[in-house]
Design a binder for this molecule. Structure first.
Ligand code: NAG
Ligand code: NAG
Ligand code: NAG
Ligand code: NAG
Length: 471
């Protein structure tokens, strides 16, 4: 745009000043849209007076006199001048020149004054000023977030917001963003973009951090170990501000040593116990704290075997017999298994549990113990479910997941090939607390008791297994 190319965009902006009488003017009220540094000419052509002389013209802006044709001593501000034909010129226009310009023609009584209003609109590219100015905002979880991108620019810029490259639907003023920090995943960078069609869009960034109480995830809340082995306990801690994480054992903060070391990598906090001792068995507390609170999670270290897992190779061997294969991780030899099975009636109800004790049949030290077992005398065309528990010198393990089976040659669970897969009542199974029994008597509760002592068995089942009796 060369400075002397006169932009003269005339918009019929309609009458705006009530005093204006278009009959008295040969010019029309105009709005001139222009750019910085351009030159603008505002016309003010008044009908000549009856005697042929010209009316006295004054130009006003915001109540301030800019120029007066009848008073040449009035000197216009910089960059403004009035031509002899009464047009007002503003050159090298600046954003602050935007606004209304009033041309006032004075004539002798009885005609009096008439005015005509023109407007200059200096268009310029958008710019943004972010609130808070630092570009960083921190709130507590659940509190209101209030951030803004104040814009300048003509025409008034249009603002859009993005977070994690997703556009944010707007509920409020476009330049202001307000919402509740309901989830700490709302943390991150918020970007506002202001566009008005002139020049480049302007972009502002605000980094939001949401403070929240530590959250702990424990992938394995139960770690199998045995004396002499290295155990690795871990908990994943999410928090802002960053949490201080410590491990507790028997209500006391662990005094870290080369044998019991704490490691932190990113969100993962680990407690490594080298050369585990029997006295190390028990519950460990992963305790995370920050200014918003304390969160704890339990990881149990135990010599008891891991829950057994039924293998897919388990299969029907006849119309009344089934071969089960399961595997157990245990650093100590398995002494025996408990095998539980019951009917599953077509209407979804279950029969009573039948329990069998199966010797391990192996002195293997492990850590993986496999067992094959044939169950005979099954009823043809009937559906069953089974679970298994294992005992080593530290006690009984937790139960395996439920295993659904039928002695029919064709699998009845066509929709679910993986027969060990999740089943609706699996939750009630995981509640089973056989380990609590083993804790009290680390060498096994059945020592010295007759395997066939049903009365004793029943009382034990009643204490830990009431869930099954209710089902
Ligand atoms: C207007 O002129 C000034 C000074 O010469 C210059 O800095 C500015 O960039 C110009 N603005 C535009 C929009 O050309
Ligand atoms: C008024 O005067 C200026 C400067 O001489 C000129 O550029 C403009 O065209 C004139 N306007 C009319 C309507 O004659
Ligand atoms: C944030 O978490 C909520 C609830 O857990 C979820 O619905 C939402 O999709 C998550 N948003 C992002 C951006 O991860
Ligand atoms: C189970 O039965 C199959 C087929 O009759 C047989 O081959 C296998 O040896 C049996 N396994 C056990 C542990 O008895």
């Amino acid at each position: 745009m060369t400075p002397l190319s006169w932009i003269f965009l005339i918009y019929i902006a309609g009458c705006r000043a009530s005093a204006t009488s278009s009959r008295d003017f040969k010019s029309y009220p105009t709005t001139v849209k222009t750019f910085e540094n351009d030159t603008v000419l505002l016309p003010c052509y008044v009908e000549e007076l009856e005697d042929g002389s010209k009316a006295r013209v004054r130009w006003w802006r915001k109540g301030k006199l800019l120029a007066d044709s009848g008073e040449p001593t009035v000197s216009p501000p910089k960059r403004v001048r009035m031509w002899s034909n009464q047009s007002l010129e503003v050159h090298h226009v600046q954003p602050e020149d935007s606004g209304e310009y009033v041309c006032q023609a004075s004539r002798p009584a009885p005609q009096g004054h008439v005015t005509q209003v023109h407007e200059i609109e200096v268009m310029y590219p958008p710019s943004v000023q972010i609130v808070p100015e630092s570009g960083e905002l921190e709130v507590n979880l659940g509190e209101e977030v209030d951030m803004a991108c104040k814009t300048t620019g003509v025409p008034v810029p249009f603002v859009t917001w993005k977070s994690k490259s997703e556009e944010i639907p707007l509920l409020y003023d476009r330049w202001r963003l307000r919402f509740h920090a309901d989830n700490h995943n709302m943390s991150g960078r918020y970007t506002c973009t202001a566009t008005n069609g002139v020049g480049e869009p302007a972009i502002g960034y605000i980094d939001l951090r949401i403070r929240y109480k530590p959250e702990i995830q424990v992938e394995k809340n139960w770690i199998h170990a045995s004396p002499g082995i290295r155990a690795d306990l871990s908990c994943k801690v999410n928090a802002w501000p960053e949490a201080k994480v410590d491990w507790y054992f028997k209500n006391e903060k662990i005094v870290y040593s080369p044998r019991m070391m704490k490691f932190t990598t990113g969100l993962l906090n680990r407690l490594i116990i080298k050369n585990v001792r029997v006295s190390d068995f028990g519950e460990y507390l992963c305790r995370a704290s920050n200014s918003l609170g304390i969160t704890e999670a339990i990881v149990e270290l135990s010599g008891v075997a891991n829950p057994a897992v039924f293998k897919k190779e388990s299969h029907s061997i006849s119309k009344t017999a089934y071969n089960f294969i399961w595997e157990v991780d245990s650093y100590s030899p398995i002494i025996e298994y408990q095998f539980w099975f019951r009917w599953r009636y077509p209407d979804g109800t279950r029969g009573e549990w039948h329990k069998l004790f199966i010797p391990s049949g192996s002195e293997a030290v492990g850590p993986v113990h496999a067992r094959s077992f044939n169950l005979t005398g099954l009823v043809e065309a009937t559906h069953y479910e089974a679970l298994v528990l294992s005992r080593n010198r530290y006690g009984w393990s937790r139960s395996s997941r439920l295993f659904k089976f039928s002695a029919e040659s064709s699998p009845y669970d066509e929709d679910n090939d993986d027969r060990i897969g999740a089943i609706p009542d699996e939750k009630s199974i995981s509640v089973v607390q056989l380990t609590s029994m083993s804790q009290h008597s680390p060498y096994g509760i059945y020592n010295g008791a007759s395997r066939l002592d049903l009365g004793k068995l029943l009382s034990i089942f009643l204490s830990g297994w009431c869930i099954y009796l209710i089902v």
